[in-house]
Write a protein that binds this ligand. Structure first.
Ligand code: GLU
Length: 511
């Protein structure tokens, strides 16, 4: 292996709901790994569990990966030499492989009903269907061949179980964790196939497809590590040890505070999404928030996720996808869980907003403007956003900061009015209108000089005049440099706003 072109990885989600952010990280690491070695990235949909299938989940997966720029070389949509890439369309392939194991005596047929299994569990503490119990159960190892044949011919439901040989040491060589050894005694005879829906279980389908699709590396979440010994035994049973993929089990994503695995509840509690895109649950109607809809930039999410379980070996933090690709290696993935520091995610987003050219920001801002019922010239929008972006973490923060560029204030911050609007203010604002109208060149520095000279010449209080000016134009004492605002905003609009403020802000009786 390690011939670059042989590198083939797969992301193999089950469409049982929205893709969790941990799954997105798994996809990203597979993508970076493949890209860093000139390999191929495969997307396989593992939908053999018909009970857990959720409509819309597959589209959601595709749309999430597309939004994040995680490119797929072979998959359901892309096609490829090993199609179909949706497991529910490959049942004949699995059936053939199950029959092969049955013929070789490496698997057997079991007829135990759910009630019988429950009774066995009841009767024996820590019951496990394995070498120590299988002969007491109803299966093709314990029953005469004719009876087995008859039951099958009668259409009695059954499963195929893997025959785990006891007392063997199973070694999983993990590129992140090193050698993981277990004794096969702890494994049960896992169900590989169910006659009820004529479909395999995850374990069988996963192994058969990894083999047939020539997967070189299995990079997946730590939660799959307990399945790995069984997978190794399955490779052996099929005689595929020589082409067995290398394993790399990624560390867990941990709660931002406290201990344990990151959950949706942590997100709900602390106010961050755990899904890439907003998800509308088709059954409950519940809506879960997504990074995209919250106003994160996909590049920022990618950068943030890349560092949750991997480090570049130096202290670089801001890395675009090309840099991440060039630096990525499994050796630098950690075993220890990665705390999901969502505040760091906000920091990344801020940094990416700062690096996004203003005209691009204006494009991303169009949906927000639309939602607010505002139409604006793209160039004007770009300049306005450029002035406020240093104060924004998420796209909607840009509206919080720049709203006044697009809408005249309807109310005026009470506290600022109390502090800055006194009985002389209306007259001074009238005068200011005259000063502004007399300026030829409204560029920031020029207008500033003229207005400040006028204030000084009249002996007015600089802070009060400038803040009243700001209050009239912005609606509160906030926002970028006042003369940058008036350089961009049409003068008629500035004047109109001052006039309206004079009209509507009540003058205090005595001040
Ligand atoms: N279908 C499994 C999942 O939902 C795949 C696990 C694996 O990558 O082997 O994550």
């Amino acid at each position: 292996m390690d011939n670059a072109t042989d590198v083939r990885v797969r992301f193999a989600p089950s469409p049982t709901g929205p893709l969790h952010i941990g799954g997105v990280r798994t996809a990203l690491y597979n993508y970076l790994f493949a890209r860093s070695l000139g390999g191929k990235m495969i997307l396989r949909i593992e939908d053999t569990d018909s009970q857990r299938f959720v409509p819309g989940a597959e589209d959601y997966i595709n749309e999430s990966l597309a939004w994040l720029g995680i490119g797929i070389d072979e998959g359901v949509r892309e096609g490829g030499p090993y199609a179909p890439y949706r497991q529910s369309e490959r049942s004949a392939i699995y059936r053939k492989h199950v029959d092969e194991l049955l013929a070789a005596g490496k698997a057997y047929i079991a007829f135990d009903t759910p009630e019988e299994l429950a009774a066995a569990r009841e009767a024996t503490p820590n019951f496990q269907y394995d070498a120590s119990t299988r002969l007491k159960m109803r299966n093709s190892l314990s029953m005469p061949a004719e009876e087995v044949e008859k039951l099958i011919a009668d259409g009695v439901q059954h499963v195929v179980r893997f025959k785990v040989e006891p007392g063997e040491t199973v070694v999983v060589n993990d590129l992140i964790r090193g050698e993981v050894k277990i004794n096969s005694d702890i494994l049960d005879d896992k169900v590989l196939f169910k006659s009820a829906d004529n479909l395999p279980t995850y374990h069988l389908a996963n192994i058969v497809d990894d083999h047939l699709m020539k997967i070189s590396h299995v990079i997946r979440g730590e939660e799959w590590l307990p399945s790995a010994p069984l997978h190794v035994l399955l490779y052996r049973a099929f005689g595929w040890e020589d082409t067995m993929p290398k394993f790399a089990h990624l560390p867990l994503l941990l709660k931002p505070v406290g201990s344990g695995k990151l959950s949706k509840r942590d997100g709900d509690k602390l106010g961050f999404p755990v899904f890439p895109l907003e998800w509308h649950d088709p059954k409950s109607g519940e809506i879960s928030s997504g990074y995209r809809e919250r106003g994160y930039l996909p590049e920022a999410v990618v950068n943030f996720l890349a560092l949750l379980g991997w480090n570049p070996g130096d202290d670089s933090e801001l890395m675009d996808v090309d840099t991440l690709t060039s630096k990525f290696s499994l050796e630098h993935c950690s075993k220890a869980g990665a705390k999901f520091d969502y505040k760091k995610g906000l920091w990344f987003n801020h940094e990416y907003l700062m690096r996004t050219p203003d005209d691009k920001l204006a494009e991303l801002f169009v949906p927000i403007l639309k939602e607010k019922g505002v139409e604006a010239d793209p160039e004007y929008t770009a300049k306005a956003l450029g002035m406020v972006k240093q104060r924004a973490e998420l796209l909607p923060d840009l509206w919080e900061q720049a709203d006044f560029f697009f809408k005249a204030p309807e109310t005026y911050a009470e506290k600022d009015v109390r502090k800055r609007w006194n009985k002389d203010t209306p007259a001074i604002m009238e005068e200011l209108i005259g000063v502004l109208e007399g300026i030829d060149d409204m560029s920031s520095a020029n207008a500033e000089k003229i207005v400040l000279d006028w204030i000084a010449g009249k002996g007015y209080h600089l802070g009060n005049v400038m803040n009243a000016f700001r209050l009239a134009v912005v609606g509160a004492c906030r926002g970028p440099h006042m003369f940058d605002i008036t350089e961009l905003m049409p003068r008629e609009e500035v004047v109109r706003r001052i006039r309206r403020a004079i009209e509507v802000i009540p003058v205090p009786a005595e001040k």
